[in-house]
Ligand binder design. Sequence first.
Ligand code: PLP
Length: 359
Amino acid sequence: MSRVYNFSAGPAALPLEVLQQIQDDIPDWQGTGMSVMECSHRGKEFVAVAARAESNLRELLAVPDDYSVLFPQGGATMQMAMAPLNLAEPGDKADYVVTGSWGKKAAGEAAKFCHANIAADAADRNFTYIPEESTWNRSENAAYLHYTPNETISGVEFHFVPGGDVPLVADMSSTILSRPVDIGRFGVIYASAQKNIGPAGITLVIVRKDLLGRARQGNPHLMTWKSYADSNSMTNTPPTFAWYVADLVFQWLQEKGGVEAIADINERKARKLYAAIDNSDFYSNSVAKDCRSWMNVPFVLADNALDATFLAESHAAGLTNLKGHRSVGGMRASIYNAVSEEAVDALIAFMIEFEKTHG
Ligand SMILES: *Cc1c(COP(=O)(O)O)cnc(C)c1O
């Protein structure tokens, strides 16, 4: 077996221990004589998985009791429509702080269902900063304020939680579980799974219970958070395999010491990698230092004619998926929870060597 260091932005690396557990479990899961994919979601074995995943997630993130934890399908993208459909009426205003492509997409989706006011937009500097909070143009009586705590493509992360007293709606797809978060500050948190949770196909939504009553009349059942809250997310057949893997990932994270422990490692991984970039004239990252992402580290080479060589040689060295998003160019190293410190060390060593050879 040969495993690479996988810096993919998503679907992203999963812990090897989890993959090995899946491999062991597949033919005969828990003495059922079948794989988890072949079991009823209403059977006692699967119901136990669902319950354990929720209780571990609640413990990992210290989710208060007045929040529901939901596991719909549809990814973060479906939540971009569900947020307005569950929190706003057609004429209502909702504020959007756009610090990258995902926030822009969320605002575009919301504009189909309500009045989406762009309270701030960092496109003027190519999504490399967060506009000063005091300059945000917030609406009076907004139904909610939406933002993207970590922009996966440009690598911009909020190291603070915005203020105000309207419900905060946060797309945490690429930062959830990477560090502690004060859930009580939020109205709704949503995240697609394929970065820090598990395989694509399941989504995490944490919603304050008092907001569940705001869904529009006539909303489709599967687009209504309350349907999931009322059915333990078994509104229809859930993505059982993805849910089972998420449960294993949550257990893995518990064994690692939880979110505080992984946050220390994540902080160190990011600090080392940015230091390596900043200490060289060969590599650079243009994101403002106070909002650099811990999870997604984009960087460019001084001479982009070397990009293809960098990608080919890094790939040959077992460091994969370093190509930057097409809208940004250059490179991007996504260093989620399952990407070890050893992987980051190997990347830094490769970068130093590459600069010596080609710089
Ligand atoms: C990956 C990602 C998404 C998209 O998730 P899907 O599962 O493809 O819908 C949305 N927002 C952010 C911040 C992401 O990182």
